[in-house]
Write a protein that binds this ligand. Structure first.
Ligand code: BGC
Length: 454
């Protein structure tokens, strides 16, 4: 086995699935009003075009886990890249509501698959001292994908190039990153931990040597021995094994994923223009610019997260993020409900809220689901954790607009609910989430199984 990529490219390509995740969930905010007019859709149908991706994602996340434990992370990354390509093409050429929903569900399958595969793949490849930062690349790619989608929306809006409608260009442009992921998938090495679990010690050693370019052979062999030690005590497990032997990891992961969505992040990421149009009477174009601004803040704060991730305990970062989000949401809820919330102040507070999320819950939720599960159920475990994220995402996005209407377009109402969840996430982190920074995956596995037998 020869690999044409060096360590840096392996991690960058490995995280590419995140970019498509961000792009495909972000692009629809600009495209959906245009599709609505073209296909003469009602509000429920338009909403469904946005959320159908989330349904597909949940199914994709759930089905990929046991497959990736059986066939390997690499092969399934290739499968998800193909699904991304097909879904992007079909959504660009959709002729009506049903074909669009079908294409968005295919895209969702790919997004869900990538969201369960990528965190496990990155965590399994990274050395323990830098695992937090390298796994955060996934979130960095997500935020870059979202930003790119906002920029593509602005770029194509109103330009029917070659007589083809602008929204078709917006949706079709996702084929480029999808093709890149396909190339990446073909070139990337298989995860050394997966190879070890399959008994392929020779190739596991080769991959480890390649990605630990700066380490000597003895250290690499030591790491491989540690992996083998864990492998030899475990038999490959499925859902039942997950429930029986990895319950603490499961509870922590599912809880983290639910809270990551219940703090309301996607009410901002998906619906910010609507908040400013409906809540503050902004014209559509200015509201889209506000989104781009927030996309930039989100991306830059995630760059900071990548730099600091391995310097601070993950739990401390999570609690700090929750405090920032509780305070900013609390102020926005109170001022808007009292009718004294100005648009400019809301904008600043939303930016602070985004920073709070982007340096904590955004990356760490995905970092942790790659770290917490024991090797023999890591695929299934990340699947279930990731599916929990998509279900909560679906619920929040479905209810946000309804809630907004219920509160007569006053964002104070939904923000108050998100503030409560941000606050509740603090005791959850303190009491349920284990600290993983600086530990090898095998060490985490031993500690988690100790928790089980306590
Ligand atoms: C979340 C997404 C969200 C994104 C925003 C991710 O970690 O899972 O739902 O849209 O962060 O940056």
């Amino acid at each position: 086995m020869r690999f044409p990529l060096n360590g840096f490219f392996i991690f960058a390509f490995g995280a590419l699935g995140g970019m498509l995740f961000g792009f495909d969930t972000g692009i629809i905010s600009g495209a959906s009003p245009l599709i609505e007019t073209d296909f003469s859709l009602n509000a429920t149908q338009t909403g469904f075009i946005t959320s159908s991706v989330l349904i597909g994602s949940c199914v994709g996340a759930l089905s990929i886990g046991s497959l990736s434990d059986r066939y390997g992370r690499k092969r399934l990354l290739i499968v998800s890249a193909v699904l991304f390509l097909v879904g992007s093409l079909f959504s660009a050429v959709a002729t009506g509501f049903s074909s669009m929903v079908a294409a968005r569900i295919v895209l969702g399958l790919a997004v869900g698959a990538a969201s369960a595969l990528t965190p496990a793949y990155l965590a399994e490849l990274a050395p323990k001292e830098r695992r937090g930062s390298l796994s955060t690349l996934f979130q960095l790619m997500i935020t870059f994908g979202i930003l790119l989608a906002y920029a593509v929306n602005l770029g194509f809006l109103g330009h029917d190039i070659g007589g083809i409608r602008d929204w078709r260009w917006m949706l079709g442009s996702a084929m480029f990153p999808a093709a890149l992921l396909l190339v990446g998938g073909i070139l990337l090495p298989e995860s050394p931990r997966y190879l070890a679990a399959k008994g392929d010690r020779r190739n596991a050693f080769k991959v480890l040597t390649l990605i630990r370019g700066d380490m000597d052979e003895v250290t690499v062999a030591g790491e491989l021995d540690e992996i083998y030690d864990v492998v030899s005590h475990n038999s490959a497990g499925g859902l039942r094994q997950l429930l029986r032997t990895a319950r603490p990891a499961l509870i922590a992961s599912v809880g983290i994923m639910l809270f990551q969505q219940l703090v309301g992040i996607n009410s901002v990421i998906y619906f910010l223009p609507q908040v400013f149009i409906k809540g503050f009477g902004f014209p559509a174009k200015s509201a889209t610019w506000v989104s781009v601004g927030i996309g930039v803040v989100n991306f830059l704060a995630t760059v900071v997260a990548t730099l600091i991730m391995d310097r601070f305990p993950r739990k401390r970062l999570l609690v700090a993020g929750s405090v920032v989000m509780t305070i900013t949401l609390g102020i926005m809820a109170t001022t808007n409900l009292l009718g004294i919330g100005a648009a400019s102040m809301t904008m600043v507070l939303i930016a602070l809220y985004i920073v709070g999320f982007a340096v904590s819950w955004g990356p760490i939720a995905w970092v942790l689901i790659g770290e917490l599960f024991p090797l023999n159920v890591r695929g299934v475990g990340t699947s279930v954790g990731s599916a929990a994220n998509w279900i909560a995402n679906f619920v929040v996005t479905q209810f946000f607009l309804v809630l907004l209407e219920g509160f007569h377009n006053n964002v104070g109402g939904p923000f108050a609910i998100f503030a409560v969840f941000s606050f509740l996430s603090i005791p959850f982190v303190i009491h349920v989430v284990p600290e993983t920074r600086g530990k090898s995956l095998e060490q985490i596995e031993r500690e988690m199984s100790g928790r089980r037998s306590e």
